[in-house]
Every structure is written in structure tokens, then in C-alpha cells.
Design a binder for this molecule. Structure first.
Ligand SMILES: [Zn+2]
Length: 213
């Protein structure tokens, strides 16, 4: 199962580990503090919390969140979402890349970020092993924020396919040009000479006066 990163600017600020069952994705100057959050794959919304107005660093809480159930026993989870940015409800269907909320800092958060989890059969797994960067997404320049990122190959295949098509067209073009050269016939003849020449349509024969020096 393929997942797409749920934000279009990808910078991982905290990785998956025994104490952190997901990854944190930071905000960017490009998209602002409240960058859009998208569904990582097609699915149905199974949990929503949207009434948390602020952040609270006194105890661990996800703030506003969405859980989406996908096929194959997979679920994705998006937390600390901005208050009043969730328009979806439990039971709503979403498709990969559909906007579901805005990044925020509700709940236990020390700044705007998206806490993103994937689970398989209700056990959290490392999202970086299942989530892909698509060609229309931007990755941070910071080397620490892009460790282990997977890049969706289908996009590269598309580019290779396109390159192949261009190559085939160029070959066809060359073939046609050569064929055309076979038909092009230009013959400079001299008036005093005797020639037996067969001309095809479009060909020309130029007869010049011989210059005697
Ligand atoms: Zn987190």
C-alpha cells in the first residue's frame, strides 16, 4: 500500500521511535505555519476531534485529530490540527491528496507541526517506510529532515516513458528525413552534355550553360 506525504512541504522534525509512534512534519516559510494537510491515501474517516482550541503542554494530548481507515488494515492519523480547520466528519470518504485540515499546534505541541502516524492492524508502524514523496511535493534542504524519504517511482516511470516517446519520435523523424533525401534529386546538367535521367514528381533538373575557359 502506498501513502503520499500529507503535506506538500516535507521536513521531518521528529522520527518514529519507541517513544514516538509517528513522525512530526514541520511547517515552512513557503506554505506558512498552517500549511494544508491532505489524506495520505483513499479511505474513510473513522475518528475526528475538532473542539480543541489551543495548545496545552501540561499533559500529552493530540489536540484536534483525524483518523482515516484504508484498505488492507491500514489507518493513518493526523494530530495537532488547527482549530476550526476540520470540515469532515466520521464516515466521510476521502481520496489520496484531498485536503482534510490545516496544520496547527492544538494539544501537546510546542509549535506548529503535523504529527502523522500509520498503523497496520492497529499497530503503529514507521510511516517513512510506507509513505512516498510525489514529484509535485517539495522536500526540505535540511539533510536531517529528509533521512529515509522514499520517492514515488511511478512518477519517474512516467518521465522515462515520456523520454522514450521523444526518442522514438526523433528516430521516426530521422527515418522520414532520410526517406525524404532519397526522393530529393537535384542534378546540374550542362547544355552540351547528353544525359538520360529519370525524374520523379517534385524533382528538378537544372540545365546550365557550360562555361568554356
Ligand atoms: Zn509527534
Amino acid at each position: 500500500m502506498n501513502f503520499r506525504y500529507p503535506v506538500n512541504y516535507i521536513a521531518i522534525t521528529t522520527y518514529f521511535g519507541s517513544e514516538h509512534k509517528g513522525i512530526d512534519l514541520g511547517w515552512s516559510d513557503i506554505y506558512g505555519m498552517n500549511q494544508r494537510v491532505y489524506a495520505a491515501a483513499d479511505g474513510i474517516i473513522t475518528k475526528v476531534k475538532k473542539d480543541v482550541k489551543g495548545n496545552d503542554t501540561s499533559y500529552r494530548t493530540y489536540g484536534n485529530f483525524i483518523e482515516i481507515e484504508h484498505s488492507g488494515g491500514y489507518k493513518t492519523f493526523y494530530a495537532h490540527l488547527k482549530y476550526d480547520s476540520i470540515k469532515l466528519n466520521v464516515g466521510d470518504k476521502v481520496v489520496m491528496g484531498e485536503e482534510i485540515a490545516l496544520m496547527g499546534d492544538t494539544g501537546y505541541a510546542f509549535g506548529n507541526h503535523l504529527h502523522y502516524e500509520i498503523s497496520k492492524d492497529n499497530k503503529e508502524i514507521d510511516p517513512t517506510l510506507y509513505t512516498y514523496v510525489y514529484s509535485d511535493q517539495i522536500v526540505t534542504n535540511n539533510p536531517e529532515g529528509k533521512v529515509g524519504l522514499l520517492y514515488y517511482e511511478k512518477d519517474n516511470l512516467d518521465i522515462n516513458e515520456l523520454k522514450n516517446k521523444v526518442k522514438l519520435l526523433e528516430e521516426e523523424n530521422n527515418r522520414l528525413r532520410n526517406e525524404l533525401n532519397n526522393y530529393l534529386f537535384k542534378f546540374d546538367a550542362f547544355v552540351t552534355s547528353f544525359y538520360k535521367v529519370k525524374l520523379y514528381e517534385g524533382e528538378e533538373m537544372i540545365i546550365k550553360k557550360r562555361i568554356i575557359d
